[in-house]
Write a protein that binds this ligand. Structure first.
Ligand code: HEC
Length: 124
């Protein structure tokens, strides 16, 4: 029997997410985990991500740090850090939703695609 070597044309996905896209994905995954902890009644949370990378991460081509981006980024970082502030008098759920609303605030002008996904993070 003759052996045939079939050469398959493999199509590789050449899409390379930007540093910023990867950071955003990690922020999404982190907040999903936090949401699950909060809804389970757990309060111990920590922030493993370096949010200062928002200021330096390379963005996808065509995207950049616009005035709208600059007006949202620090407000967001502050509100995201407030989620793990154990000394805060504000209810954890309220602090969490406020961070997510700041994700949405920036996304409304800077990157509308993920908005439905981000909205699902809000705790009702
Ligand atoms: C200051 C503005 C800003 C804030 C705040 C922000 N984002 Fe983004 N987000 C962007 C921009 C701009 C992109 C596109 C980045 C790129 O393509 O390089 C993006 C991309 C994303 C993506 C798509 C990543 C992919 O797969 O390509 C997700 C998901 C996302 N953000 C979730 C979030 C979540 C969750 C938060 C809050 C925890 C958040 N973002 C906060 C501006 C922001």
């Amino acid at each position: 029997m003759e052996e045939k070597v079939i050469s398959k044309k493999v199509e590789y996905d050449m899409y390379q997410p930007s540093e910023m896209a990867n950071l955003m994905k990690a922020m999404y995954a982190y907040n999903l985990q936090i949401k699950n902890q909060i809804t389970a009644g757990e309060t111990t949370v920590s922030m493993p991500l370096d949010l200062m990378q928002l200021h330096s991460a390379e963005m996808s081509s065509g995207k950049g740090r616009t005035p709208a981006w600059n007006s949202f980024v620090n407000v967001f970082i502050e509100s995201q850090n407030a989620v793990t502030d154990t000394l805060s008098n504000i209810e954890l759920k309220e602090r969490f939703n406020s961070a997510i609303n700041n994700c949405l605030g920036c996304h409304k002008t800077e990157c509308v695609g993920p908005i439905p996904k981000i909205k699902k993070l809000l705790i009702q």
